[in-house]
Structures are given as structure tokens and as C-alpha cells.
Ligand binder design. Structure first.
Ligand SMILES: Cc1cc2nc3c(=O)[nH]c(=O)nc-3n(C[C@H](O)[C@H](O)[C@H](O)COP(=O)(O)O)c2cc1C
Length: 265
């Protein structure tokens, strides 16, 4: 039964459900988890997680995202293509996509000609996709699950987009796995707040601040018996010859194919 909108209480009409300490404790308990108990998710939990996705704020009311729920052979294949086996092992796995296709269908449905704004479409659709996906992860964590965002889908974006039959205007952002944790994961560090929160104007970090922050982040790159070197980890992604450069060509080709490539000026 659908509840009439007028009787759904707003936040202002409901007392806070948690204190600041409880909110901090919830976020402090966040861990990305890659090993899961082999259990199916009850339908009510899945429904609640998808409800949370759809309650996310959205640009221009347009809901510029699509969630592809993965099952069976397609799920196995996405796990293989992305190089992330936990996509196959989780209770639920999704590919979270930026979607500027559906909005164009609505515009055409309204008798207008869809405009040409691939760069803006992509910008706002990626935002919507992330907001919906992170709402899913937060709802899952509230229900006791843990999960993992997987940018590894960008290791084979063309093949994965073809496999998922993504129409023009749709771009995979990342996969999201959800399940009950089967690992004991320490909390991973974050950069000092002064590096990521600016007041009014962007403040450039000093070399000393960068060095001190890198020390703080080192444990995130530690492996059993090996001290971590976070900057080395970043270099594997972002330095010349790193994986981001390798992703560039396939992503550009996919953007062209999906009609999301900005015009050359
Ligand atoms: C957009 C995005 C892409 C990610 N891609 C991967 C991935 O491909 N494989 C993986 O195992 N973890 C992936 N992660 C998880 C990060 O490694 C993890 O969030 C980070 O190490 C911080 O750990 P924490 O979430 O436990 O604090 C990704 C996270 C995000 C937000």
C-alpha cells in the first residue's frame, strides 16, 4: 500500500534518531569489505537499500542514474572483466551507472528535441549516480552489511558496457558489492581535515604538510609483514605509466561510443 505523501513525516517533524556520538560511531565503523559470508540477502533488505538509492537528492529532478543488479553468468563475467572476484561472491552486486539516456526519452516524450550537452550531462549524471550508490551503501551499513565500491569496472569499460547493453548516454561509474562481512578489517586512515576542508578559498598545502599527511596515510598501504607506503600506492595509479593513464584510452573510446564526449573547441 502506498502511503499518501502528505502523511510521511519530514525530518523537522521527527526527533533526531541519533546523537552526534552515535552518528560518529556509525561512520567510524565503516570499512570497505571484500570477503563476504555466503548468504542471500532477504528481499526486505534489498528493497530497503533500493529505496534508499531512490531517495537520494538528484540534479534537476532528473534522476540521472541507473543501477544494474548483477546475477548469474553476467555477474561472473563482470567480476572477471573488472578483476574483482568479490563481485561474484557478495550477496548483492550492482553496476552503478551515470544515465543521461532516460532523461532524453522524457524530453522527446514531451515533444521537444533533446539538447546537445554531453559534458554537462556527464557531470551531473556522475554526481547523481554516486549519490544514489552511496545512499545504498549507507542503508546497507545501517542494516549490518558492508560493501565495496569497485572502480575496477573501468579496467574493461567497453566490454562491460556491451555486456550490460548500456544505451548511448549511459556510462558505468563503478560496481558496488554488498554482503555480510567475513573479514576483520582495521579502520583505514584519512588525510588530516585541514588538507581537505578549506574556508572560503582553496589553501595550497605545504611540502611539510604533505609529508606529514603521507605518514598518516601509510598504514592504508600496509600488507601483512610489510610496512605501508601510501605515496607509492598513489603512484601506481596516478604517476606516468600508472593505471589511470592506462584507463584513459578505453574510457575516451567509450565516451565517444556512448555519445558523452564533449565537443572539441
Ligand atoms: C570510486 C571507488 C572505487 C573503488 N574501487 C575499488 C576497486 O576497484 N577494488 C577494491 O577492492 N576497492 C575499491 N574501492 C575501495 C577503496 O579501496 C576503499 O574505499 C579505500 O581503501 C578506503 O577504505 P575504507 O572504505 O575501508 O575506509 C573503491 C572505492 C571507491 C570510492
Amino acid at each position: 500500500m502506498t502511503v499518501p505523501v502528505s502523511v510521511i513525516p519530514t525530518r523537522a517533524q521527527t526527533p533526531p534518531t541519533q546523537s552526534p556520538d552515535e552518528v560518529r560511531a556509525f561512520f567510524a565503523a565503516h570499512r570497505t569489505v571484500r570477503r563476504y559470508q555466503p548468504s542471500a540477502m532477504p528481499a526486505e533488505h534489498l528493497d530497503t537499500i533500493l529505496y534508499a538509492a531512490q531517495r537520494a537528492p538528484t540534479d534537476a529532478t532528473a534522476q540521472l542514474y541507473s543501477l544494474i543488479r548483477l546475477t548469474g553468468e553476467i555477474r561472473e563475467r563482470v567480476a572477471e572483466l573488472s578483476g574483482n572476484a568479490h563481485i561474484a561472491a557478495a550477496s548483492e552486486s550492482f553496476v552503478i551507472c551515470a544515465d543521461a539516456y532516460r532523461v532524453r526519452q522524457f524530453v522527446a516524450h514531451g515533444g521537444a528535441e533533446p539538447g546537445h550537452s554531453p559534458t554537462s550531462d556527464l557531470h551531473f549524471a556522475l554526481g547523481d549516480a554516486v549519490l544514489a550508490g552511496q545512499n545504498m551503501l549507507l542503508a546497507a551499513e545501517m542494516l549490518g552489511y558492508q560493501g565495496c565500491w569497485i572502480g575496477g569496472v573501468m579496467n574493461a569499460p567497453g566490454d562491460i558496457s556491451e555486456l550490460l547493453a548500456l544505451p548511448p548516454g549511459v556510462l558505468p561509474f563503478a560496481a558496488l558489492t554488498i554482503g555480510l562481512s567475513a573479514e576483520d578489517t582495521p579502520q583505514r586512515p584519512r588525510l588530516p581535515r585541514e588538507l581537505v576542508v578549506h574556508e572560503n578559498r582553496y589553501r595550497l598545502p605545504s611540502p611539510e604538510e604533505l609529508a606529514a599527511a603521507a605518514e598518516i596515510m601509510n598504514p592504508i598501504a600496509a600488507r601483512p609483514g610489510q610496512p605501508g607506503n601510501w605515496v607509492r600506492l598513489l603512484c601506481a595509479y596516478f604517476a606516468v605509466g600508472g593505471s589511470m593513464e592506462k584507463r584513459e584510452g578505453p574510457l575516451r573510446r567509450l565516451l565517444r561510443r556512448q555519445q558523452l564526449e564533449g565537443d572539441r573547441q
